[in-house]
Ligand binder design. Structure first.
Ligand code: SF4
Length: 507
């Protein structure tokens, strides 16, 4: 069995086991659960509790907090007590990145503990200890692999590839199974949407082959904010939800955490309650699910508004409730004499929802290299607005780079500056540049690893100080924050990658 889903032309949800997180169930036939993460200091009980209440008011019930040390892990106890006065069903998740001893404390205070297997690469029994602690209190575990922080031994064999990410997760799922511990969820996040989608498909295929049914948690890291952050997440998460993969999701945005909840709900609801539909089956061996294939015409995908000679394109419309399956049925393994433009009409009047729907429908088609152009119609929006959404979808799928990409972390208790206003200021100065990737990261501990393939990095160092990176190399350490954006611009200029903005602002 060499497949990650039952059929690429017929939707069905992946069968998973149920995992209990506090009063909530992830997996089985439960609806996809949305979750988010605080960005308050975890030692600030009142601020963290207030933020969790704001999240709960928007409908979020599973909330993660960063726990850098044992004190922070212990403080999930008082935070939980404070929150549960008004919201008794909120479940707290401890986010542990580095130190196994912190996870051990978190297992006594949290409903779920997220660990990065990159930090449990020994066989010294620390993982087994953690499992026993989780078992004792009924705590769930998330094996959370991040593209930017694979264990050295995995990296040495696989590099930072989707295969490496899936292999890293499988090793730890096997260890859980050996220990007869099954309250486990797994995630493989990346800021590169293509890497993320291929990695999850490889993982799900490997789990199927190993007869494992652990639920998966989906997310794109460092997606940014505004329309771009929502579209980037919707392309990545939507690509998997479209095939019935995903039991819980987080849309990470560089905004207030409670904003993530409605965006995530829109995405989940886009796939919920669709009537069953069947499409003509295709030869699935002609479908490349795990790596990008070039299109025969080798062109940058077009927007329909740019096309001069419409007869030079084959327009393929999806009209059903399952556009991805419908398009695949019409395209996979078929020969076309002209480039293919995908077409779909929408009526949604809310811009955020429209962008999320279009991103979830179209993005995966470009990740899977099945199309050469995009035609979206919606009478509620101008052509300019529609084109902006289409360009962000193509950029998220990495097939057409038309603007500066910001790989910004959502911030958390480690963040050393106001990342949302800083991202806005950096965006204002650099948005007119084409094809640059700029990482804007809250902390030096995880930031440099997580900003993946950014060309430049703006990373929190000491309080009120920023470290600047070119690629993965540190260029300037601890620049005062007031000067840091100017210095970033100078760095881009020195590299010959700067152009002056035109008065209108070109994109
Ligand atoms: S990069 Fe640092 S500050 Fe940003 S979310 Fe990750 S851990 Fe938190």
């Amino acid at each position: 069995m060499n497949k990650y889903c039952n059929s690429i032309t017929r939707f069905s949800r992946r069968a998973t086991r149920q995992v209990r997180v506090g009063n909530h169930i992830i997996g089985g036939s439960e609806p996809v659960v949305v979750q988010t993460m605080t960005n308050t200091p975890t030692m600030d009980t009142a601020a963290s509790a207030a933020q969790i209440e704001a999240i709960a008011r928007k409908g979020g019930r599973i909330v993660r907090l960063t726990t850098r040390d044992e004190r922070e892990a212990a403080n999930l106890g008082p935070i939980g007590e404070a929150v549960r006065v008004n919201y008794p069903d909120v479940a707290l998740v401890a986010d542990v990145h580095f130190v196994p001893a912190v996870a051990a404390v978190a297992a006594t205070t949290a409903d779920k503990v997220r660990i990065n297997p990159g930090n449990y690469n020994d066989r010294g029994g620390r993982f087994e200890e953690l499992i026993e602690l989780c078992r004792k209190r009924g705590v769930a575990l998330r094996i959370g692999v991040n593209h930017g922080s694979l264990a050295k031994k995995v990296f040495d064999i696989w590099g930072d590839t989707p295969e490496g990410m899936a292999a890293s997760a499988m090793e730890f799922l096997e260890r859980c199974r050996e220990l007869d511990f099954h309250n486990v969820v797994v995630s493989l996040k990346s800021s590169n949407v293509r890497v993320m989608v291929y990695a999850y498909r490889l993982l799900v295929r490997a789990m199927r082959e190993a007869n494992m049914d652990y639920p998966v948690h989906l997310g794109v890291t460092e997606a940014g904010n505004l329309l771009e952050g929502r579209i980037k997440s919707a392309v990545g998460i939507g690509a998997l939800l479209a095939d019935g993969i995903g039991d819980t999701i987080r849309v990470s945005l560089t905004e207030a955490p409670e904003n993530e909840i409605p965006a995530a709900r829109m995405l989940v609801e886009h796939f919920e309650n669709r009537p069953e539909e069947e499409f003509e089956e295709v030869d699935e061996s002609a479908f490349g699910a795990y790596e990008y294939r070039a299109r025969p015409w080798g062109r940058v995908p077009v927007l329909w508004s740019e096309v001069q000679h419409q007869e030079e394109y084959e327009v393929v419309e999806a009209v059903s409730h399952h556009p991805v399956q419908e398009w695949r049925s019409k395209l996979v393994g078929k020969e076309f004499s002209k480039p293919v433009v995908l077409y779909r009409r929408y009526t949604t009047a809310d811009k955020e929802l429209f962008a999320i729907e279009a991103a979830a429908d179209f993005g995966v088609m470009f990740i899977d290299s099945l199309a050469d152009g995009i035609r979206i119609e919606n009478p509620n929006f101008s052509q300019e607005e529609i084109d902006e959404i289409a360009l962000i979808i193509l950029q998220a799928a990495r097939v057409r780079i038309s603007r500066t990409e910001y790989i910004a972390c959502p911030s958390c208790g480690r963040t050393l500056y106001d990342i949302e206003s800083t991202l806005a200021a950096i965006r204002e100065r650099t948005e007119h540049l084409v094809g640059l990737k700029i990482g804007v990261m809250g902390c030096i501990v995880n930031g440099p690893g997580e900003m993946a393939d950014a060309d430049y990095g703006y990373v929190g160092g000491l309080p009120d100080h920023i470290s600047l990176y070119r690629g993965k190399s540190l260029v300037e350490r601890n620049v005062p924050q007031a000067e840091a954006i100017d210095r970033l611009v100078e760095l881009i200029k020195a590299d010959g990658r700067w152009v002056e903005p035109t008065t209108k602002g070109s994109k």
